[in-house]
Write a protein of this length. Structure first.
Length: 522
């Protein structure tokens, strides 16, 4: 018998997190020579199985795993993945919980709540002189705009003009007044027709006041883990691929899952749009989207009544974690029939390979064409997560390569804006598919057909990742928000802390400021 690859409840994907210990997790596998069970480490077992006749040949079979046969993923990569799985982090932080706020049920702040938040003081700002950047700066005048996007394809019909409009300077001022006193730091950029019309930059993305080095002030080209905004990116990538292959979103996913999985009852009825609507019926009880969790959940029964019922949706990272597998099989990187004869070999190979295949497709067809180059890992200048009052060092949330899909991308504000502008301009998907994605809220938090305002409909997505489930006053958090507005405007906000001691909802704050500053034309 082969035990699961790793314990999903404990799995951590990065040794970069300094305050988490590690321990070796033994696995049981069969000795290739004697057939007797062995208790050993995952990587030792994996390396032994690599010596079994035919395994390496199967790995390089272009009919089974074209992505390995072509050299996109190597056997060395698979060995690295197996070795990484030997060590499992002990979670000393109380657990991560993406999306503690139910962003579909966001609310508008009343005047008294807005005033209270504006008057909050998280900490006293300390001024530092830093070459070329201002850690405590509001920039009301935008820099020179980027080059214009290409014209949309023929047949594009814009929405009817609405005479009401956003007072951009007043909106920007209200947003800054609301955030500045209650966060570690933040940045915001907004554009109209791809041209920058407003920027705010405030305080630290990497805070030297608590000893984090290198010190980095916020600007709109700082990278941060964008958490569940990754879901929007994955939905765009999936719809692009389905369109390319002529597959309808209401098609069942089962034929594109690994054949060596044993799906539970009713899984055969789950469709691509069920995943994107969080109406699959899958329930993990948490935020996990690692391989072992996804496999065991798919192999469990699903309530037939829950499938397709958007009113009973369960928000699950796993729904979008599965998209990395589906992009890999539909995209021709790996055959659903690829099977190396043992669960441990299959788990290692499929896990490591599909992470790279998903990354490759997203870079080629979503990100790189618009000049975006996000990563699934951090580097020395990526923003860190802090408490709202910057009490203590920042949290390096690590590498999410093997949990990607529903979270995991590290992006800049500019990169997200480039993607959503190209999306709305009909440059990534055709106009019909773009409208379908927005109106059906695939990968979004906005309601079906968008949120109505006096200026027109808006569409949005929020992301949040934190190290404390129950106590936002001491939680280290990174969160972000992308807002698609009428008049061909988009904005993105990054905040690398909770908002105030009670953890105010970023979606609500931005939507409130937007609604408060719409000018009604008689």
């Amino acid at each position: 018998m082969i035990l699961p690859l790793i314990n999903p409840a404990q799995a951590q994907d990065s040794s970069e997190v300094p305050d988490r210990g590690t321990e070796l997790i033994p696995v049981e596998c069969m000795d290739p020579a004697s057939g007797a069970p062995l208790e050993t480490t995952n990587s030792e077992c994996f390396n032994a199985l690599l010596k079994v006749d035919g395994v390496r040949k199967a790995l390089k079979d272009p009919n089974m795993v074209p992505g390995i046969a072509s050299g996109l993923v190597t056997i060395k990569d698979l060995k690295f993945n197996a070795k990484a799985a030997d060590k499992v982090g002990r979670d000393s932080l109380g657990g991560t919980r993406p999306e503690i706020h139910n962003h579909r049920n966001d609310y508008l702040l009343d005047p008294s709540a807005l005033e209270e938040l504006k008057n909050a003081r998280g900490f006293d700002i300390k001024q530092y002189t830093m070459t070329g950047q201002g850690p405590s700066k509001v920039q009301p005048v935008p820099p020179p705009p980027p080059g214009p996007f290409p014209e949309p394809p023929l047949g594009w019909v814009p929405s009817p003009d609405n005479p009401n409009y956003l007072d951009i300077p007043s909106f920007r001022e209200e947003l800054h007044d609301t955030l500045k006193s209650s966060v570690n730091g933040y940045a915001m950029k907004m554009r109209r027709n791809g041209q920058t019309v407003g920027i705010l930059q405030w305080n630290w993305s990497r805070n030297p006041n608590v000893g984090d080095s290198p010190a980095e002030g916020w600007n709109t080209d700082r990278r941060m883990h964008v958490a569940s905004i990754s879901k929007l990116m994955s939905a765009i990538g999936l719809i692009h691929l389905l369109d390319e292959e002529g597959i309808s979103p209401d098609t069942a996913i089962i034929d594109y899952l690994p054949d060596y999985w044993d799906p539970g009852a009713n899984v055969e009825n789950i469709t691509f749009e069920d995943l994107m609507n969080h109406a699959s019926g899958f329930v993990t009880g948490g935020s996990a989207s690692d391989w072992a969790t996804m496999k065991s959940t798919v192999e469990s029964p699903v309530a037939a009544s829950a499938i397709g019922d958007v009113d009973a949706m369960v928000y699950e990272n796993m729904n979008f974690g599965l998209i990395r597998i589906l992009i890999s099989t539909i995209g021709g990187y790996i055959s659903p029939a690829a099977n190396l004869g043992s669960d441990l070999m299959n788990d290692n190979m499929w896990d490591a390979s599909t992470a790279e295949f998903y990354n490759d497709y997203m870079q080629q067809h979503v990100f790189n064409p618009v000049g975006a180059f996000p990563t699934l890992s951090k580097n020395a200048t990526t923003a860190r997560a802090y408490t709202f009052n910057a009490n203590g060092s920042g949290w390096n949330t690590g590498d999410f390569t093997n949990r990607a899909g529903g979270m995991g991308w590290h992006m800049t504000i500019t990169e997200i804006l480039d993607v959503v502008r190209a999306l709305r301009a009909g440059q990534i998907l055709d106009n019909f598919s773009t409208a379908k994605l927005l109106n059906e809220s695939w990968g979004l938090n906005s309601p079906v057909f968008g949120a109505s305002t006096d200026a027109g409909r808006t569409f949005y997505k929020a992301g949040l990742w934190t190290d404390n489930l129950n106590f936002p006053s001491i939680a280290r958090t990174e969160q972000c928000f992308v807002f698609m507005m009428p008049d061909d405007m988009e904005l993105v906000v990054f905040v690398n802390s909770e908002i105030g001691s009670t953890g105010q909802n970023l979606t609500s704050i931005v939507r409130t400021a937007y609604n408060n500053n719409i000018v009604i034309v008689p």
